[in-house]
Design a protein around this ligand. Sequence first.
Ligand code: GTP
Ligand code: MG
Length: 447
Amino acid sequence: MKNKTIVALATPHGIAGLSVIRFSGDEALNICSKVFFGKINIANAESHRIYYGKIIDNNELIDSVTLSYFKAPNSYTGEDIVEIGCHGGHVVYKRIINILLSHGAFAAEAGEFTKRAFINGKIDLTQAEAVADMIHSVSVAGVNVAARQLEGSFTNKIKIFRKMLLETAGLIELELDFAQEDIELIPRDKIIAKINETKEYCQKLASEYHASQILRNGYYIAIVGFPNSGKSSLFNLFLNQERAIVSEIAGTTRDYLKESIYINGYAINIFDTAGIRDTDDTIEMQGIKLVQSVMQQADLIILLNDANEGLNNSEKLQAELISKFPNTELFLVQNKTDLINQPIDSGYPISCKTGNGIEVLKQSITEIVSNTTSTLSEALINERHSALLQLAANSLDSAIDAINQDFDNEIIAIEIKSAVDKLGQITGENYSEEVINTVFSAFCIGK
Ligand SMILES: Nc1nc2c(ncn2[C@@H]2O[C@H](COP(=O)(O)OP(=O)(O)OP(=O)(O)O)[C@@H](O)[C@H]2O)c(=O)[nH]1
Ligand SMILES: [Mg+2]
C-alpha cells in the first residue's frame, strides 16, 4: 500500500526569518508541482538540490520560497522528502500548508516523520528516542550523549550483548543434541562469566535513568529552612535578579517559586520555599506542606541556616530531613556570616548580603551535578529502557541460578532468550504497535 504523503511545519510557530515546511511520501513532488513555479518543472527535480521559485495558488502569489528535494531512499524518512523554506511569521506557512493539504497532502501526526524513518529501517528505536532527546534536552551534556546515541553507540553495544547471548543460548541448545553423550560444549563457568558481564551492563545502564533525567530536564534544587534565614535572598542571588520578595518579616514566602538557570553550564531548576515553622496561619501552613512536595522532587536540598541565630540552630531540622529524604543530597549552608565573627566549622558559610561564599557553593553544586551525570556516555536512559534492562538482568539472574542448580539446558536457554527478547525490544528489533505509538506520541509535530 502506498503511504500517505504527509506535511507539517518543521520549525517553531511564530516570528522568525524563515519557516521550513516538510513533506514526506510518494506524492510530495507531484503535489508541489501544482503550486511551485520556478525555472524548471519541479516534477523533474534532481535529488539533493535546492530550487528557487514561487508558490502560486489560484493566480495569487503566496510567497517566494526555496525547495529542497531528497529522493527515496536517501532521505530522513527513507521516502521522497521535499522541504519548502518560506518566510517566517504566523501567516505564510499556514497558507502554504493549507494549499498543500487541498492538493492531496495529509497533516502529519506527532513524530510521524521519525516513525517512518524507523519503519523504513533508517534508524532504530533508541536512535529515534535520541532525536527527541536532542530536541528536548536542556543541557549541553544531555545533547552530547543524545548525539552519540543517535550515531548508534547504545544500539551497537546492545547488539553485541544480544549476539553474545544468542550464541550462548545456541551452544546450550546444541548440547541437547548430545544429551546422551553428556558433552559440555563450553564450560559452565565460562557461560556464567559471559552472562554476568551482560547482566552487570544491563543493571548499570538501568541505574542511569535518574542521571539521564538530570541531563534531559535539569538538576532540581530546593532551598529550605526556617523563616527569615534568607532563602529568598539566596534564590535571587542565584538568579541575579530580584525575583522573590525579601523582607525582615518572618513568613514572607508562601507559595513556592521555581526558576531555571545555568550554573557553570549545568541546567538547574531552583525552588524558593516557605520557611518551615509551627504556625496557626492557614495559608502559611499550606505553603509549608508544599515544601514537602518540592523536597520530594529535589536532587539537592539546600538547608539554609541563619548563622546569626546560632550555627546549630537548624540541627534538628537537618536530622529530620536526612531521615525523611535519605537519598537526596543535602548541603547545610550558613547564611548571614557578615553578622558574626566566630569561625564557622560546619556547612558552607555564605552571606547573601555581601555575596561571600556564593562562588564556593556554586562550585560544589557543579561538582555534585557533574559527578552524578559523568558516568553517562552511551545513552540517555528513559523509563522504557530502564524497565526492559531490569527485566533482561532478572532473566539473566534466573539463567545463572538455573546453571548453578544444574537445571536442564532447555530451561537455561529459555531464560537467556527471554533476556535477548528484552534487549531486542530496546532497539526495536522486535516491537509492538502499542510501544511504537507510545514512543512517537511523545514527539512534536513536524519531527
Ligand atoms: N545581614 C544579612 N541579612 C540578610 C542576609 N540574607 C538575608 N538577609 C535579610 O534577612 C531577612 C530575611 O530574608 P529573606 O530572604 O526574605 O528570608 P526568607 O528565608 O526567604 O524568609 P521567609 O520567606 O519569610 O521564610 C531580610 O531582611 C534580608 O535582607 C545576609 O546574608 N546578611
Ligand atoms: Mg522567602
